[in-house]
Design a protein around this ligand. Structure first.
Ligand SMILES: *Cc1c(COP(=O)(O)O)cnc(C)c1O
Length: 470
């Protein structure tokens, strides 16, 4: 059972996992949390360890791990459909491999960018989309995004019967390539570069370029979701990382990679360095560890937006406006999942043991991007560079020589304007991104006005489109 936790002190009513993902947010405005984290059994650990050692990073081993992690949460009669369809939903979510690349004898890179939009958000977005379809949900998904979330969610819901998706991104603060990736899912007349039109042309995704900032886009989505009549009539819902259906599946790759490395570590579980923004990814790591998977210390690397550092250093984080950095998917002033962490830690102070955080400055991020090819033999995105820099700093302070796993959260080709000048070379496009960039991009221009979005939702059938500005 999942319980509702509310900022407003509402009753912690138990609801099923199915209800929690259908609703996203609890009716009282609180965030859903598992009421209990089921411990993994010795038998399951053995099975998953064998799978991880035999075929590390393979879709089959990942899907199997996801199934074992998620199954205990589907313990309510209302979860019968999800329980029955779980194996297939996990295979769908983990279609791409997640290789654990060896950088040196104590350092590995977990490459989470081999999915359809080359960011770690693909896997859980695909799980959520599949799960919502499986339970018969229909509706209109609204996403405000400044980067990876919008394209991952659009890709996951594209062509799904019964769903519309509206992606809102700011006119300012999104690079040309990001804007293209956020605007290439709606094309009614597009041809897939791979030949055949496939899902392209289903036209259930629309992109809006907001004349304003990310905060303006987010305010528009929140205003629409706060309009009960609009929500009811159009089945409005959100697919951002407040949804448990986007958070829990992320525990999969922490469990899997920890098991893959466990045998090499002589008693010291591998540590993890996670590039952190809203802290959804970090929370999933803590869940995996709490369930009994062999994760060692966890370090969150963030940029000048230092809320996570304040939290782990002082136990509190005052809300601050976000500042723009070269690692823009982590430009978060108030990480939404700290509310969940606060409840978990109140219930069990040991929950967040062995977690540290550090803030990496813009210059350090850029220099880590530039150094990575020589120092580590890889080209990395600015978020991953933050984590590599943080690991070097951690090791410079001493430490026990244990192995560390660094999470590569996005492909560097998504951020050419940051990466290419630093490494003095072009970043080759992975095939998935090349296919998306070959599609035409179309975004509607919309003012930074909540009423304008509500009008668009009401007039959803109309298909006015304007070509992207360059
Ligand atoms: C979303 C994102 C992050 C931050 O993840 P959180 O779960 O919000 O902490 C880091 N890196 C990249 C590339 C992202 O897209």
């Amino acid at each position: 059972m999942i319980s509702t936790r509310s900022r407003r002190g509402g009753a912690p009513a138990g609801v099923s996992f199915t209800t929690a993902i259908r609703r996203g947010l609890a009716p009282d405005g609180g965030l859903y949390l598992p009421s209990r984290l089921p411990g993994v059994t010795a038998v399951t650990l053995r099975t998953l360890r064998e799978a991880a050692v035999d075929a590390p990073g393979s879709p089959e081993a990942l899907a199997l791990t996801a199934r074992h992690i998620l199954e205990p949460f589907l313990d309510d009669p209302a979860d019968a459909v999800l329980l029955e369809r779980l194996p297939e939903l996990c295979r769908h979510a983990f279609e791409a491999p997640i290789p654990l690349r060896v950088l040196d004898e104590r350092t590995s890179l977990l490459e989470l960018h081999h999915g359809p939009t080359a960011a770690f958000k693909d896997m859980a977005a695909r799980f959520l989309a599949g799960a919502l379809s499986a339970v018969g949900m229909r509706g209109h998904v609204l996403v405000a995004t400044s980067g990876d979330t919008g394209s991952a969610v659009a890709a996951a819901f594209e062509g799904r019967p019964g769903f519309r998706v509206s992606v809102l991104f700011p006119d300012r603060g999104v690079s040309d390539r990001q804007a293209h990736l956020l605007s290439c899912f709606g094309g009614g007349d597009a041809d897939d570069a791979g030949g055949g039109s496939g899902n392209v042309g289903s036209g259930n995704v629309r992109s809006y370029r907001v004349d304003g900032t990310f905060d303006d886009a987010q305010a528009m989505v929140k205003a629409a979701l706060a309009d009960p009549e609009l929500v009811r009539e159009h089945g409005l819902t959100s697919a951002n990382s407040i949804s448990l259906g986007r958070l829990l599946p992320q525990a999969t790759w922490f469990a899997h990679s920890a098991l893959a490395r466990e045998g090499e570590t002589k008693g010291a579980f591998p540590g993890f360095v996670i590039p952190g923004g809203n802290f959804g990814h970090g929370l999933a790591a803590l869940w995996a560890r709490h369930m009994g998977f062999p994760l060692g210390p966890i370090h969150l690397a963030t940029n000048r937006n230092r809320a996570l550092v304040d939290w782990f250093d002082h136990g509190r984080a005052d809300p601050r406006p976000s500042v723009r950095t070269p690692a823009n998917a982590m430009d978060v002033g108030v990480p939404s999942n700290l509310e969940r962490l606060r409840f978990q830690v109140e219930g069990d102070p040991a929950f967040a043991r062995d977690v540290t955080a550090s803030a990496v400055g813009d210059r350090e991020i850029l220099s880590a991007v530039g150094r990575a090819p020589d120092r580590w033999g890889v080209t990395v995105c600015p978020h991953t560079a933050c984590a590599l820099h943080a690991l070097e700093a951690l090791r410079a302070q001493g430490g026990d020589g244990r192995p560390w796993i660094v999470l590569a959260t996005a492909h560097p080709a998504k951020f050419p304007e940051v990466v290419e000048p630093r490494i003095g070379a072009e970043v080759p496009l992975p095939p998935a991104l090349a296919r998306l960039l070959a599609r035409p991009a179309r975004a509607h221009d919309i003012g930074a006005d909540p009423e304008a979005l509500k009008d668009e939702v009401r007039n959803g059938a109309e298909t006015r489109r304007s070509p992207p500005r360059s």
